[in-house]
Design a protein around this ligand. Structure first.
Ligand code: HEM
Length: 444
């Protein structure tokens, strides 16, 4: 009889994936540094794509490709976040994202990430609300990123970008993530909140903490540390609220807008915290990781970089392409409010559903050469990174503007930026980004 055994990778002692009695590999919380089986060797039935280690080591793509091709509405029966569905094709994600009547974002049903909020620490925020409350709260803050305000911001963003880039060393290694991406987006965030500028790195920290509860590199003290730091954030922001709520003439900043807004001025403290966290994370991690991705991506695809160097008019298109390729928020979660049939499967009322934007953005049914950066690709803005439907990113134009200005100012000063080693990646399946990226700038 022919030998039908297929080669499976060695399973290290203590690793948290194991061979099932029938020989299949059960992949569940791969140990930090342990071997990761190739996508072709795993059993789809037990695949848990939320394993943080898969994201830290960028081992997600083959798994997503298999789900798209073999099981586009995939059920994971057991995982640290409980059972959940994965939606991985572009069209299916679009269908769910625009179907807010059957797929809820409500924090009290679980919210918008696969980790449920704890019953005693729910942070309502308008991204995690359904209509009609979502709509009126969104309208309260929307003007800050309206076209007029963006025009006003442009000069400030440019000045700050110039300031930051002028202080970077040339011909010498430094970490782009901390010195450029984080610095620029944190400055922007401080402006949006009119937050004390010298304390702005607190915003960076709270942003990391908010999405880092399960990440020992961010919250080594776990849940307790997470809550303590978020409550510190609430304390700080409550002082700012109190300062601004009594001013007759409301300022043009997010805290004043919330403190004076008809639909937000009577919020409970946890709802205020929730909305602050939404705006901190929304405006910070996403743009930060797109900035880092743009440098990394241009290094991985030097012909595209050359195209951009030769023709700066391609910048807006390059920015969109980078945001597609990076997908800074890998998924948004919804909770089904009724039974829904999809590809022959029944998503039951109450089930968790992850729309994997990261996968939809690499769906070969929608994008030609989806894994490549192609800065002038057709329909470049049709990506899923900002979501679709009533929750579509409110700050998308601001994020794009910051990236465009960064590269305009870059080209005035430098001829190249060289990535010196593989960047460090964030772990976890929500924020998809970089922790460190050593680069060297080449002057003009
Ligand atoms: C919503 C991504 C920049 C504020 C969202 C959503 C995504 C996203 C995926 C959810 C969409 C959905 O559920 O359908 C991004 C990316 C950015 C970015 C990739 C940059 C490259 C920003 C900026 C701000 C911001 C700069 C700052 C003001 C928000 C807010 C929401 C949101 C407030 C909630 C909208 C709602 O629920 O109605 N963003 N974002 N985002 N984003 Fe962004």
């Amino acid at each position: 009889m022919a030998d039908t055994t297929t080669e499976v990778p060695k399973v290290v002692e203590n690793s948290r994936y194991e061979r099932l009695p029938d020989g299949r590999l059960q992949e569940n919380h791969i140990r930090h540094g342990g071997p990761i089986p190739p996508a072709s060797a795993i059993d789809l039935e037990t695949l848990d794509i939320t394993d943080p280690e898969l994201w830290r080591r960028n081992e997600i793509w083959g798994r997503f490709e298999r789900m798209r091709n073999e099981d586009p509405v995939h059920y994971c029966p057991e995982s640290p976040v409980g059972p959940y569905w994965s939606i991985t094709r572009y069209d299916d994600i679009m269908a769910i994202d625009t179907d807010h009547k059957r797929f809820s974002s409500d924090a009290y049903k679980g919210g918008i990430t696969l980790f449920d909020m704890d019953d005693d620490f729910v942070m309502p925020m308008f991204i995690a609300m359904d209509q009609p409350k979502h709509d009126v709260q969104r309208k309260t803050v929307q003007p800050i990123v309206g076209p007029d305000n963006l025009k006003n911001f442009e000069k400030l963003i440019r000045e700050r970008t110039q300031y930051v880039l002028d202080r970077m060393p040339v011909n010498e290694p430094f970490d782009w993530v901390d010195n450029v991406s984080i610095e620029l987006t944190t400055m922007m965030l401080a402006t949006l909140f009119d937050f004390p500028f010298e304390d702005r790195r607190k915003l960076t920290r709270w942003s990391d903490v908010a999405t880092g509860r399960e990440n020992p590199e961010i919250c080594p003290g776990g849940e307790e540390q997470w809550r303590t730091e978020l409550l510190e954030c609430l304390g700080y922001f409550t002082e700012l609220w109190n300062e601004r709520v009594n001013l007759n003439e409301p300022g043009n900043d997010l805290i004043s807008m919330l403190a004076h807004g008809e639909h937000t001025r009577n919020m409970e403290p946890m709802e205020y915290l929730g909305n602050v966290i939404l705006l901190i994370v929304g405006g910070n991690d996403t743009t930060r990781n797109s900035m880092s991705a743009s440098v990394y991506g241009m290094n991985l695809f030097p012909k595209e970089f050359q195209k951009l160097k030769d023709n700066h008019d391609l910048l807006p298109s390059m920015v969109s392409e980078i945001i597609r390729w990076q997908t800074p928020l890998a998924h948004m979660r919804r909770t089904a409010v009724e039974d829904v049939e999809m590809h022959g499967k029944t998503i039951k009322a109450g089930d968790k559903v992850a729309m994997w934007y990261a996968s939809g953005n690499r769906d070969e049914r929608h994008f030609e050469r989806p894994n490549d950066i192609w800065i002038d690709r057709p329909k470049v803005r049709s990506h899923l990174s900002f979501g679709f439907g009533i929750h579509r990113c409110v700050g998308n134009r601001l994020g794009e503007l910051q990236l465009k200005i960064l590269w305009e100012e870059f080209f005035k000063r430098f001829s190249d930026v060289i990535v010196l080693e593989e960047p460090g990646r964030t772990q976890g399946s929500f924020v998809k980004g970089y922790t460190k990226m050593m680069v060297q700038l080449v002057p003009k």
